[in-house]
Design a protein around this ligand. Structure first.
Ligand code: ZN
Length: 186
């Protein structure tokens, strides 16, 4: 749970630390505003993927299911700056599927936390493995990190790509290529 009073006090101190005048008009409400914003941006800390993934349907045939281009926004835990982009999720059911919107909900649960992209990608894959028990899962995240594009090496538009494979996708190279082809298709 975000402790709004603490965040508010900390933002005030941060503003003072960078040499700002907290009493000037534009900043007067800023600590409270930032505290409310963090509450929303970090609400995944109090959410669980299970609540979205537990309602399943029987799958008649166990063909690959792919949901691609799921947009996400997260915050990197090293700089507390946004990173954002797209996530593609594929799984091969073992008799059970979930409603497509539940995959996007699962992304939200893990994106709305302080994160690193590698862990975000792995947590999504593991939540699907644990709850749906499919034959395999593959998750790919493509993201732009503001801590890289706005400062430091400053390469606007550069993308970080992470991939996690579980189950059949780990063993079967042709399944991984199929995933990549389907993701590239427009
Ligand atoms: Zn960072």
């Amino acid at each position: 749970m975000v402790n709004k009073e603490k965040v508010e006090a900390a933002v005030k101190m941060l503003l003072e630390g960078i040499g700002e005048d907290c009493d000037r008009e534009g900043l007067r409400e800023t600590p409270a505003r930032v505290a409310r914003m963090y509450e929303e941006l970090l609400e995944g800390m109090d959410a669980s993927a299970e609540e979205h993934l537990m309602k399943t349907f029987t799958a008649r045939d166990n063909q690959m299911v792919l949901e691609k281009d799921i947009e996400f926004y997260s915050i990197c835990e090293h700089h507390m700056m946004p990173f954002f982009g797209k996530i593609h999720i594929a799984y091969i059911p073992d008799g059970k599927v979930v409603g497509i919107s539940k995959l996007a909900r699962t992304v939200e649960v893990f994106a709305r936390r302080l994160q690193i992209q590698e862990r975000l990608t792995a947590q999504i894959a593991d939540a699907i493995m644990e709850n749906l028990k499919p034959k395999g899962v593959m998750v790919m995240a493509q993201a732009e990190h503001m801590c890289m594009t706005m400062r430091g090496v400053k390469k606007p538009g550069s993308q970080t790509v992470t991939v996690i494979c579980r189950g059949l996708f780990e063993q079967d190279e042709s399944l991984r290529s199929l995933f990549m082809d389907m993701v590239k298709q427009r």
